[in-house]
Design a protein around this ligand. Structure first.
Ligand SMILES: [Zn+2]
Length: 369
């Protein structure tokens, strides 16, 4: 069920959807509302029940609680989701479904926001991870001059993606004289990324994945900026370092990270090597990654060749079945009820700036979130 096509008889709105209303929180009892007429939905000519909150006066309907709230073409969300994680770029998806590319961009961004909330809400029910592999996926936004890492923490033994964020990097690697000059010009114009970006991002990752009690084994490569934030945890973290140059096969301690990277590069067009469909902004790259993480953790079996293979979430005992895309999109989640990590709040608001581009439309919380 993608949206509440047939709200069950006697369906009751669980809370007031108005962020500013004191009855927005699940926990408040004695909320009063009344039925407030109905309207005919244009997409399928069904009658939709309307309600009115007796506290704040906001009117809403059964549709307000669906992820497709305020959308003209609600059925295409699941189609976009599946095409995106199966390696199609935004333009191909637009051609395939027969809608405008800007619609696809907007919808992916909205799906990405929903997935950030979904990952957070679902993650709260998970067990504590004690074996964590952490690495940076190297990629770039706009052009090779703007490199960044997606820093990703994965649970060892289950492949469950625990958390991710990003850090902007200065272009490195081999460069010609002309390229070096160009880099200097661009840095003069747009400034340089924070040289401690990875250290700061790692600090956030640790604050999200290290439990308040007990010991965790944390597997990383020998990146020097990991050391300081990890040391702050003293003997609560057993830090296992594998040299970055070591051969990366199944026997390598960072295997889960390598596998996740491979998967991301294989299933998303934007990170494929030598791609022409790279992300113009790391904001969009992150939205894409959130969608990928939901797919990887909850929808896809761990082993591609075995159709009954459990998902990472099943492997950790969080669920006893695979989810379908439709299940993920069934319920609308409200940002006012979910406590997002600091960087995820920025992703949600679309506050991540690509240096060389003018600021794109940010996301202000409104009716259609
Ligand atoms: Zn209200």
């Amino acid at each position: 069920m993608i949206y509440l096509k047939h709200p069950p008889k006697g369906w009751q709105p669980p809370f007031c959807p108005n962020e500013k209303c004191k009855f927005h929180s699940h926990l408040k009892a004695r909320w009063g509302y009344k039925r407030y007429g109905s309207y005919i939905r244009k997409t399928d000519n069904r009658r939709i029940q309307r309600f009115k909150c007796l506290s704040c006066g906001r009117t809403f309907s059964t549709q307000t609680f669906s992820t497709t709230y305020w959308q003209k073409k609600p059925f295409i969300d699941a189609m976009i989701f599946s095409r995106l994680v199966n390696g199609m770029c935004n333009r191909q998806i637009a051609r395939d479904i027969g809608v405008d590319p800007t619609t696809i961009d907007r919808k992916i961004s909205r799906l990405g926001r929903h997935c950030l909330l979904f990952l957070t809400v679902m993650g709260q029910n998970g067990p504590t991870a004690r074996q964590i592999v952490y690495d940076g996926l190297e990629t770039f936004e706009l052009s090779q001059y703007y490199q960044f890492h997606h820093n990703i923490a994965v649970e060892k033994g289950t492949d469950f993606i625990l958390f991710f964020n990003d850090s902007e990097l200065r272009r490195k690697g081999r460069m010609t004289k002309v390229q070096k000059r160009r880099r200097a010009e661009l840095e003069e114009l747009h400034g340089r990324p924070d040289p401690r970006a990875i250290e700061k991002a790692t600090k956030e990752v640790l604050s999200e994945v290290i439990p308040p009690q007990g010991m965790v084994t944390f597997y990383t490569d020998d990146h020097p900026q990991y050391r300081k934030p990890i040391r702050r945890y003293g003997n609560r973290i057993r830090h296992e370092v594998t040299p970055g140059r070591a051969h990366r096969d199944r026997n390598n301690n960072l295997w889960e990270s390598n596998l996740t990277d491979l998967f991301i590069r294989h299933s998303g067009r934007n990170h494929a090597r030598e791609t022409i469909a790279w992300s113009k902004r790391r904001q969009s790259s992150t939205e894409h990654l959130a969608i990928f993480a939901v797919w990887r953790n909850y929808i896809l079996g761990r082993r591609q060749k075995n159709r009954r293979s459990p998902t990472p979430a099943m492997e950790r005992g969080m669920l006893d079945h695979r989810l379908r895309i439709e299940d993920v999109l069934e319920c609308r989640l409200f940002p006012g009820q979910v406590e997002l990590a600091e960087s995820w709040r920025r992703y949600y608001r679309r506050d991540v700036v690509t240096r060389a581009l003018p600021q794109e439309r940010r996301h202000r919380l409104g009716y259609a979130q």
